[in-house]
Write a protein that binds this ligand. Structure first.
Ligand code: FES
Length: 93
């Protein structure tokens, strides 16, 4: 099991390997927002504080979208992430 700590919600949630962050968020009522669920709207932007290497790597579409949003290097789209290890995140403003 892997631990996802969401500092914004003061919550730590345990999930199994390869678990989609979108499913974790819906099951545990986090403050991560979702819109399109397909990497196209930016509603689910999170900032990875620790353990970025423990999320599935970024695909070209996510990279391109984050570039157009002028996202910070540590920001990801939660709907595009599966969990591979412990990670600490906050919800982006
Ligand atoms: S929900 Fe739209 S980009 Fe993730």
């Amino acid at each position: 099991m892997h631990k996802i700590t969401i500092t914004t919600d003061d919550k730590t949630i345990e999930v199994r390997d390869q678990y989609p962050m979108i499913d974790m968020s819906e099951e545990h009522d986090t403050s991560i927002l979702f819109g399109c669920r397909d990497g196209a709207c930016g509603a689910c932007m999170i900032k990875v504080i620790d353990g970025a290497e423990n999320l599935t790597s970024m695909g070209d579409d996510e990279k391109d979208f984050l570039a157009t949003m002028a996202a910070e290097p540590e920001e990801r789209l939660a709907c595009q992430c599966k969990v591979l290890g412990d990670v600490k995140i906050e919800v982006s403003e």
